[in-house]
Design a protein around this ligand. Structure first.
Ligand code: TYM
Length: 378
C-alpha cells in the first residue's frame, strides 16, 4: 500500500488495524474465513482466542496442511525469534499461539533463533546477542512447550546443518529478488542479501533430513512474510513442498498504531516489567477506545476493538467468559476506561508472574530442548 512499509526490518508506525486486510491481499495471502475456522474447530475441539479475535487472521495453504493431516499425514510447526534485545509481549504472541497448535495437533516444533540475522541488521555486538539468546530462549520456554517435541535451533550453533541446506536455497535466490523484496541497496551488506536462505532452512529441514517431503506450518507476525513468500517460490525448485503459514497482525504500540517495538520502551510492555511499571504504562500510555468524558462514556459506550487495554485483556485473560462480558459491558458504557485498564493490568501482571516463575524452573534445562539431527532420522 502507498507508503506503508511492513517487512522484517521495517514496519511503518502509521499502520492501523483496518490496513491489514488490504495488506494481506497485496501480499498475496488469504484471509482465514469462517469456513476454515469451522474446519479447524472440528479438528481441535475449540478455537484459540487469537483465532476468534482475528489476531491470527490470514494464511497461506493452511487448508492444504489440514487436508493432508485428515488423511493421516504428519506435519511439523516452525517459528522463531531474532534475539536483538529483551522480549516484549508482542514477540510472545506467535509463541503462545504456536504452543496451542502444538498441543492440539501433537506435532514437532522447530524454533529458530536468528542470532546471525541480528548481527547483520543491527548495530549490536555478538556478545550482547549471545546474552539475549540465552535470555530469550528461557522466556520462550517458560510458556511450557512439550520437551519431547520442541527443538531449538540457534543459527550460529547449528551452523553446519543450516549452512549446508542454506546454500542449496541461496543458489536459487538472486540478488535482484532480495533487492526488490526487501528494498535493499548496493550499500547494504551482503549478509542481508543471503539471510533469507537461513530463515528458510527450518521450513524444509525435516524433509531434507528424512529424505521425504513433510509439510511445515509456520505461525508468524505479518512482518516476516517476505522471507516465506520467497521460500514458497524457491522450495519447489529444490523438490520440497511450499511451506504453509498462519499469519498474525502485529500487536500495536501502547499508543495504538504501528507495532509494539523494543526501540521505544514506552510503546511496549516487556516481559520483565514489574507490576507497578505495567500499571503505569497502561494508565499513562494505553490507547483508549473510550470517550472523552465519563458522562459520554456511560451514554455511548466504548469501542473495545481499538482499545489497547481491552485487547491485552482479551489476549491474556484465561477465562474467555469474563472477556465476553467485559466486551459487552465496555461497549455499552457499563464499564469505564479506568476499570478496563485496571482489569487489563491485573491480567497482564498475572500472566507475567507465571512466566517468571516458570523461567526460574527451566534454568539448567535448556540443553534438553536443543535441536539434535539424530532424533529425526527415520
Ligand atoms: P522477531 O524476533 O522480530 O519477532 C518474533 C516473532 O514475533 C512477531 N512479532 C510480533 N507479533 C505481534 N505483535 C508484535 N508487535 C510483534 N513484533 C514481532 C514476529 O512476526 C515473529 O513471528 N527473523 C525473525 C525470527 C524468525 C522467525 C522464523 C519468525 C526466524 N524464523 C519463523 C517467525 C517464523 C525475527 O527476527 O522475529
Amino acid at each position: 500500500m502507498e507508503g506503508l512499509k511492513i517487512n522484517p526490518w521495517e514496519v511503518s508506525s502509521e499502520i492501523k488495524e483496518q490496513d491489514y486486510p488490504k495488506l494481506i491481499k497485496e501480499f498475496g495471502a488469504k484471509l482465514i474465513d469462517d469456513k476454515l475456522l469451522d474446519r479447524l474447530k472440528k479438528i481441535t475441539g475449540d478455537l484459540h482466542p487469537f483465532l476468534t479475535s482475528r489476531l491470527f487472521f490470514a494464511h497461506r495453504d493452511l487448508d492444504v496442511v489440514l487436508d493432508d493431516y485428515s488423511k493421516g499425514n504428519e506435519f511439523y510447526l516452525y517459528t522463531g525469534r531474532g534475539p536483538s534485545g529483551k522480549m516484549h509481549l508482542g514477540h510472545l504472541l506467535p509463541f503462545i499461539f504456536t504452543k496451542w497448535l502444538q498441543d492440539k495437533f501433537d506435532v514437532d516444533l522447530l524454533i529458530q533463533i536468528t542470532d546471525d540475522e541480528k548481527y547483520l541488521v543491527k548495530d549490536i555486538s555478538m556478545d550482547e546477542i549471545r546474552k539475549n539468546t540465552q535470555d530469550n530462549i528461557l522466556d520462550i520456554l517458560s510458556l511450557g512447550f512439550n520437551k519431547e517435541r520442541t527443538h531449538i535451533i540457534v543459527d550460529s550453533e547449528q551452523s553446519k546443518i543450516l549452512y549446508n541446506n542454506a546454500i542449496m536455497f541461496a543458489k536459487k535466490l538472486t540478488a535482484s529478488t532480495a533487492k526488490a523484496v526487501f528494498g535493499l541497496k548496493d550499500s547494504d551488506n551482503v549478509g542481508k542479501y543471503f539471510f533469507t536462505s537461513m530463515q528458510a532452512v527450518p521450513a524444509f529441514l525435516l524433509s531434507a533430513i528424512k529424505g521425504r517431503n513433510v509439510r511445515c506450518l509456520i505461525p508468524y507476525g505479518i512482518d516476516q512474510d517476505d522471507h516465506f513468500k520467497i521460500a514458497r517460490d524457491i522450495l519447489p525448485k529444490l523438490g520440497y513442498y511450499k511451506p504453509s503459514a498462519i499469519i498474525s497482525k502485529l500487536m500495536p504500540s501502547l499508543q495504538g498504531t504501528g507495532k509494539m517495538s523494543s526501540s521505544d520502551p514506552n510503546s511496549a510492555i516487556f516481559l520483565d516489567d514489574d507490576e507497578e511499571t505495567v500499571k503505569k504504562k497502561i494508565n499513562k500510555y494505553a490507547f483508549s477506545g473510550g470517550r472523552d468524558t465519563k458522562e459520554e462514556q456511560r451514554k455511548y459506550g466504548a469501542n473495545p476493538d481499538v482499545d489497547f487495554a481491552f485487547n491485552m485483556y482479551r489476549a491474556l485473560e484465561p477465562d474467555q467468559g469474563k472477556v465476553s462480558r467485559a466486551y459487552a459491558d465496555y461497549k455499552s458504557g457499563k464499564i469505564l476506561s479506568g476499570e478496563m485498564k485496571a482489569m487489563s493490568s491485573d491480567a497482564i501482571n498475572k500472566f507475567l508472574s507465571g512466566l517468571r516463575e516458570r523461567k526460574e524452573q527451566i534454568k539448567g534445562h535448556v540443553g534438553e530442548y536443543m535441536f539434535d539431527v539424530n532424533r529425526f532420522k527415520d
